[in-house]
Design a protein around this ligand. Structure first.
Ligand code: MUC
Ligand code: MG
Length: 379
């Protein structure tokens, strides 16, 4: 039986190509917790645990992901047959509550190893298997400046890289935010789909006003306008407004997905592998949405290439992907940590075809960007 030989975890900090302005944080770099598992046969698997803006997005930070893995999950792995992914994850769940991002990083690494052992891409090990080779990819316009966002959107259209744009709002007044969105819809809206993400920053009355105004200026979708745990208010907004409401922070795995469906609190689900607690759990969240006839969207935590590849493998198994994906995380970073970058062209990301995740780390880049390296640049 393949047993754990080593578990390495390290945080990698890569600068962003420009400040990324969200309602709860402005990012200048992305911190990715990378896990590398090696088994007794020498098979290696990699995974990624990544969040946004330290502890400002959710309850796990890059540091807590690393410490949960090192202190509590790695000792459980030492007792497991690593070729049995479902059994290993079930054992981890009995010893570690919550910590979905850390568990997702581990499940990703185990699936990478399983795929390499079997000679199959991870997408063939999830749900009913792979049904698509490419995924439409949105870009987030979030420079904090309307004119700069329009110029960026124009450049993305020109390069045929993105024609779906998500705007991050919720930091300014509702009227200022809608004016910003309206200007972008006017400039790009006949050639692109424009959506917004409020990251829970509105009250219910603000959302009522904001959603009505956003509909009028041509915005197509509003993501998580209010607190994700206020399911009743989400239901009221979903039912009263013409513009569809997409649940993001409200979705933390299959049980929360069922609660949202039962309350009719959203008409679209943003699927996220880390928030859901792993790749298998994401497929379960998607199955609930599909059974309820909701729209599906492939979300991101702005992961780098490892988490993005893992997400792509899950989204490649979905029979419908009504709103596309936003798997652009690696493109927001100044540098690539893979030996061979993921392939973006024609408004899409190509799902890797190699065994496991189908990717390999560039060890020199990892050594350069590791936070614990002597004289590291960002910390
Ligand atoms: C989120 O809340 O959806 C996705 C794109 C982006 O810019 O931020 C994220 C997180
Ligand atoms: Mg969101």
């Amino acid at each position: 039986m393949p047993a754990l030989d080593r578990a390495d975890t390290f945080i990698v900090d890569v600068p962003t190509i420009r400040p990324h302005v969200l309602a709860m944080a402005t990012m200048h770099s992305q911190a990715m917790t990378i896990v590398r598992l090696t088994d007794s046969d020498g098979v290696v698997g990699i995974g990624e645990g990544t969040t946004i803006g330290g502890l400002s997005y959710g309850e796990e930070s890059p540091e807590s992901i690393k410490s949960a893995i090192d202190t509590y999950i790695a000792p459980v792995l030492e007792t497991c047959d690593l070729s049995r992914v479902g059994e290993t994850m079930a054992k981890i769940r009995t010893c570690v509550r919550g910590n979905h991002f850390a568990k997702c990083a581990i499940e990703t690494a185990l699936l990478d190893m399983a795929g390499k052992r079997l000679g199959l891409p991870v997408s063939e090990l999830i749900g009913g298997g792979r049904v698509r080779e490419t995924l439409p990819v949105a870009w987030t316009l979030a420079s904090g400046d309307t004119a700069r966002d329009i110029a960026e959107g124009e450049a993305m259209l020109e390069a045929r890289r993105h024609r779906i744009f998500k705007l991050k709002i919720g930091k300014r007044s509702v009227r200022d935010d809608v004016a910003h969105v309206g200007a972008i819809c006017k400039a790009l809206g006949d050639r692109a789909s424009i959506r917004v993400d409020v990251n829970q920053n509105w009250s219910e009355p603000q959302a009522k006003l904001g959603m009505a105004m956003l509909h009028d200026v041509g915005c197509e979708l509003v993501e998580q306008p209010i607190a994700g745990d206020d399911i009743e208010a989400m239901a009221r907004l979903s039912q009263d407004q013409a513009i569809p409401l997409m649940a993001d922070e409200a979705l933390t795995g299959p049980r929360s997905a069922l609660r949202v469906v039962k309350a009719s609190a959203a008409s679209v689900f943003a699927l996220k592998i880390e928030q859901s607690g792993g790749l298998f759990a994401t497929a379960e969240v998607a199955a609930i949405a599909l059974a309820a006839d909701l729209g599906l969207y492939g979300g991101t935590m702005l992961e780098g290439s490892v988490g993005t590849a893992a997400s792509a493998h899950v989204f490649a198994t979905l029979p419908r992907l009504d709103w596309g994906t936003e798997l652009f995380g690696p493109l927001l970073q100044t540098d690539e940590i893979l030996a061979e970058p993921l392939h973006y062209a024609d408004f899409s990301l190509t799902v890797p075809i190699g065994a496991g995740l189908g990717i390999a780390l560039d060890e020199d880049k990892i050594a350069y960007f590791r936070r614990d390296r002597d004289g590291a640049r960002l910390h």
